[in-house]
Design a binder for this molecule. Structure first.
Ligand SMILES: [Zn+2]
Length: 123
């Protein structure tokens, strides 16, 4: 019996993920990526990608628009959960803002270390 040939196109098709808006069901795009990489692709294409862990929801979620995302969030969370989630998001943003000078200093230090290493190699 002849072995079934697997063509490159079959492999490509198997690796394809189809992404739909989780609220209205509209087909958004196909991609061989998943998780955060697919999220970045969705955002590039103008769609909404969310990992609503702050609202107590795990995983990656895709939406065609902000409207759909808000509708979906409203139907999957309570008012209290949304208030808590928004407060956490605000706190994280503030903390990141406060840490920014430290972050920039760290990056500059790394850059200097690279330059020193590069100059050393030239000699
Ligand atoms: Zn939608």
């Amino acid at each position: 019996m002849a072995k079934k040939q697997i063509h490159l196109n079959d492999i490509k098709r198997m690796a394809q993920h189809q992404y739909y808006c989780e609220e209205c069901g509209k087909h958004l795009f196909d991609s061989d990526k998943d998780g955060g990489a697919a999220g970045a692709e969705a955002q590039q294409k103008g769609f909404v990608f969310k990992m609503p862990i702050l609202f107590g929801i795990e995983g990656c979620h895709f939406f065609c628009s902000k409207d759909c995302w808000n509708k979906w969030l409203n139907s999957h969370t309570t008012e209290q959960e949304r208030a808590d989630g928004n407060r956490s998001a605000r706190e994280i943003r503030q903390r990141m803002e406060a840490d920014k000078p430290k972050l920039i200093e760290g990056l500059q230090r790394i850059q200097r270390a690279f330059e020193i290493a590069r100059n050393r190699r030239k000699k």
